[in-house]
Structure formats: structure tokens, C-alpha cells
Design a protein around this ligand. Sequence first.
Ligand SMILES: Nc1ncnc2c1ncn2[C@@H]1O[C@H](COP(=O)(O)OP(=O)(O)OP(=O)(O)O)[C@@H](O)[C@H]1O
Ligand SMILES: [Mg+2]
Length: 367
Amino acid sequence: MILKKIKMVNFRNYKLFENKFDESINILTGNNGAGKTSILEAIYILSISKSFRTNSFRKIINNKEDFLQIFGKFRDHKNCDVNVNYTKKEGKKIFFNGSALERNTDLIGKIPVIILSPSDQRITEGPNSLRKNFINQILCQVNEKYLKKLLNYNKLLKRRNSLLKNYRNKNKNKYDLYFESLDEQLATASQYLTQKRKKFIKEFNTRLQENFQKITHLDAKIEMGYKSKMQYDEDNYQNSFLDDMKSIFKSDLDKGYTSKGVHRDKIRIYFNGNNIREVGSQGEHKVSLIALKISEGDFIKEHMQTSLIYLLDDLFSLLDKEHCLKIIKELSDENQVFITTTDLNNIDEEALSSKTYSTFNISGGIS
Ligand SMILES: Nc1ncnc2c1ncn2[C@@H]1O[C@H](COP(=O)(O)OP(=O)(O)OP(=O)(O)O)[C@@H](O)[C@H]1O
Ligand SMILES: [Mg+2]
């Protein structure tokens, strides 16, 4: 997939931004605060429907305005248009090829985008939830059924938690048919999610090690680990799940939430066998993150059979110039790449000489 053209209205520091892009490498340059990352953010929203910087679209609307719009023209085997509108009053509406999507999540999986930004460093350094989001987002993009099961699981879990609180307030403490019915549905979703996550990690790890070795001279073993308390025999999954949920029912009632389930799965990154969160040096975190992101791209590309759009925000802050240029070159062999930098000296014309690329000077809307 290739982004040919974008138009942003009232987006961050832009009143209006319109631009056509190169099919290969796009270098967005400009001072701090010029609006480079905002362009990547808009492209990301056209793919995932959400921002990677905030959960609140209100914060994205240009000062004092009350709506924003983003239009994107993409090309793959055929052309497609995405239009995201947001008003403070009516919220978000997304159109794909002119038709309104029923749910925002219907956009996911249509335009594969990989973002690498400095804040992603928290994937290796931060809490488990971020690594879980990382794998969920990959699986949701390539597998619509996974997305539906995950949404369903989260809905059921919310219902179970509010039922627990309700029973606790009414001093009811019997595991009854309401809970049994919810837990049966949770078991079905949980079995599917566990199985897909397990399979994904196995497949992903081969790529992760390969990519790690490609981008660094470090002689180390990198691996993603998956721990779930909900791994039972496939044949006996439903019964074992229900037994477990019954056994934790009383303590869940006291707590007012569901203490066991795939929402508690643990995803870790191991560096030479140790949890990278506990042992990783800054450099090791950086190269591991880049290897994770390139492997994410490889996985999505293989499953979706389309080229990707890579958004590399401030890549030069993660690695030395020579390594960055090598990565940009390699990624642009088969994908469209956007890269932001304040310093055009980072772009070594000789190193990129075999490639076509365009440079855009960004300064709050003027390209
Ligand atoms: N809702 C908004 N309305 C107006 N301006 C905003 C809004 N949100 C952010 N800004 C401003 O937009 C500008 C552009 O931010 P952006 O992060 O895109 O800059 P950047 O070019 O990536 O800078 P850097 O090189 O420092 O990363 C910043 O000055 C920011 O404070
Ligand atoms: Mg920026």
C-alpha cells in the first residue's frame, strides 16, 4: 500500500496541510515543533483509526476549532480513499471509499502501517500491557477473527466485573447461571486468543532473532516469551476454564474484578535469557525495539500480501547514522517509508543514491 496524497484540516498545528508523497522514501525535515510527527500521526490514524500519541481526539484538534479532518489517497492493486472526520459534538466518523464504516475498528487491517517512534521504547522498557498491545495490534491487523474475539472477550470481561461488583453490593455470593453463562463465553474467546498468541510468538521469534542479527553486531539471543495461566489441554479447555473460574469466584467477589484470564497474560522480551526490562542497557533496548518493529512489518507483510507504510519518527535518535540509513534503504526496497529528522545532515545522499527519495521542508503547514 502506498500513500499518494494527504490532506489535513485543523490537525495539531496545521490549519491546512496538503501534500503528495514519493512512492519510496519521504524525508520530513524541519525544526522542533514544526509538525513532522503530526503528519506521521495523521497517517497512522488513517490506518488504525487511533492516534499513537493520545486517546483523546479533542487534544488533536487545532486550537479553538471544533472539528478536524484527514483525507488519504492510497494505492495498492487498486486505489482507495480514507476519510476521518472528528467533531467535538459528534465524535469520530470514518469513511472508506466514500462509505461510512459502522465501527471505527472496521478500518483495522485495510492499510498496514508500522510506526516506530521514540515513545515505543516503552514496549521493551515499560509495563506488560504495552507488549500485549504490541502483539494484539499485529494480530488484529492480519486476522479479523482475532480482532472480533478480542473485542468480545473485553466486552464479556467488563460485564463480568460489573456483575461481581453488583453481587458484592447486594451481598449475593452464589456462583449462579449468570456467571456460568458468562464464563462459558469467556472460555470460548479465551481458547481462541491463547491459541493464536502461542502460534504467533513461535513464528515471530524466528524473525526477531534474524532481524536483530541484521541490524547489530551484538552476539546475543533475543526472544519473546509468552506466559498464560489459561493454557489447558485443547480437548478439555472449556471444563478446565470453568473449574478455574469457579474456584476464584469468591476471591473475585471480594476484589470486585476478574483476577484470572487472558487479560493477565504475560509477554516478556528475553535478552540472552534474562528479562530485558531488568537487564537491558540503553543500546540493547534500542536495537531490540528496532528488531521488534522490523519483525512486526515482516509478519504483517507476509500475512497480508501487500507492501507496508513505515513511519520512522526520529529514527536517528535511536541508532547511529550509518545503521539508520541501512535500515531505511532496506525497508524502502519493498515499502513506502516516511522518516522525520530535524537535521538534514543525517541524510547522506551517497548512501541513499540508489534510491528515489523526496525531501519535504515542514513548517506548520507549508511544504
Ligand atoms: N491541538 C493542537 N493545536 C495546535 N498546536 C498543537 C496541538 N497539538 C500540538 N500542537 C503543537 O504542534 C507542534 C507540532 O508538533 P510535532 O510533534 O508534530 O512537531 P515535530 O516537528 O515532530 O517536532 P520535534 O522535532 O520536536 O519532534 C508543536 O509545537 C505542538 O506543541
Ligand atoms: Mg517529532
